[in-house]
Design a protein around this ligand. Structure first.
Ligand SMILES: Nc1ncnc2c1ncn2[C@@H]1O[C@H](COP(=O)(O)OP(=O)(O)OP(=O)(O)O)[C@@H](O)[C@H]1O
Ligand SMILES: [Mg+2]
Length: 232
């Protein structure tokens, strides 16, 4: 039977801290992310967007509830399986980029292929092609601290896409980019999303890229308030 949803969240609760400093950040999220589409997740700062997508991507554990992604319950997987699952199927673009400071741009972008067992030379070749597409031709041998915010963001995007993952989850992928580069990035993400077993989730405040959304989920105070098809 074909998959119905790329991601299915059921009753996802997340508490941070313990005792008197305990804070409930997600209040029982029920959410189904369509397959073959780009879904935006929007909402005010601090409403829980990064927390939710971190749980979906297996980077953070849920306090209660479950997440199925590509028909597998990631919230139940052992740590080693989560790592493997992420390497095989997920691309994650971090809000703070999280580049490795001692690797060049092209080496950083190649990391997701290297962890899959691809040789370094091949991985760097493929990473290089993607960086070219993102307008990074002349910056590939620079280290992260020699790159602007927008350039670091493009390296983080290349790293998340280079291994051709089925699901890409991105936290503000265009926040540091000019309009033209932002459009190029969204076109790349749109290509990733347009497969029968694929999907892209984009957390964003950037209304310049709203036309690229197929669906929009609005979050507020730890809850999904609305979920609709994008008519824009
Ligand atoms: N590791 C943590 N420990 C304690 N509290 C946390 C932690 N991570 C996030 N929070 C809290 O959880 C809430 C939601 O944070 P989150 O980062 O998910 O928000 P967000 O919607 O992504 O915001 P922004 O748009 O600013 O990125 C905030 O109140 C934040 O302070
Ligand atoms: Mg965030």
């Amino acid at each position: 039977m074909p998959m119905e949803f790329a991601v299915e969240c059921k009753g996802v609760i997340k508490d941070f801290g313990t005792g008197s400093v305990r804070q409930r950040v997600l209040h029982g999220i029920d959410w189904q992310v369509p397959i073959g589409a780009t879904t935006f997740l929007v909402g005010p700062s601090g409403c829980g967007k990064t927390t939710l997508i971190s749980i979906i991507a297996g980077l953070l554990s849920a306090t209660e509830g479950y997440v199925r992604i590509l028909d597998q319950e990631i919230t139940k997987m052992r740590r080693s399986r989560v790592v493997r699952f992420r390497a095989d199927h997920l691309g994650y673009i971090f809000q703070q980029f999280n580049l490795l400071p001692s690797l060049t741009a092209v080496e950083n972008a190649a990391v997701s292929l290297v962890v899959q067992g691809v040789t370094l030379a091949t991985a760097k070749r493929q990473a290089s092609v993607l960086l070219d597409r993102l307008g990074m031709e002349s910056n590939k041998l620079k280290y992260p601290n020699q790159l602007s915010g927008g350039q670091q963001q493009r390296v983080a995007i290349a790293r998340a896409l280079v291994h051709n993952p089925k699901i890409v989850i991105s936290d503000e992928p265009t926040a540091s980019l000019d309009a033209e580069t932002g459009h190029e990035v969204m076109e790349l993400l749109g290509q990733v999303a347009s497969g029968a077993d694929r999907a892209v989730i984009v957390v964003t405040h950037d209304n310049r890229i709203f036309p690229f959304a197929d669906y929009i989920a609005t979050m507020s105070d730890g809850r999904i308030e609305s979920f609709r098809k994008n008519s824009a």
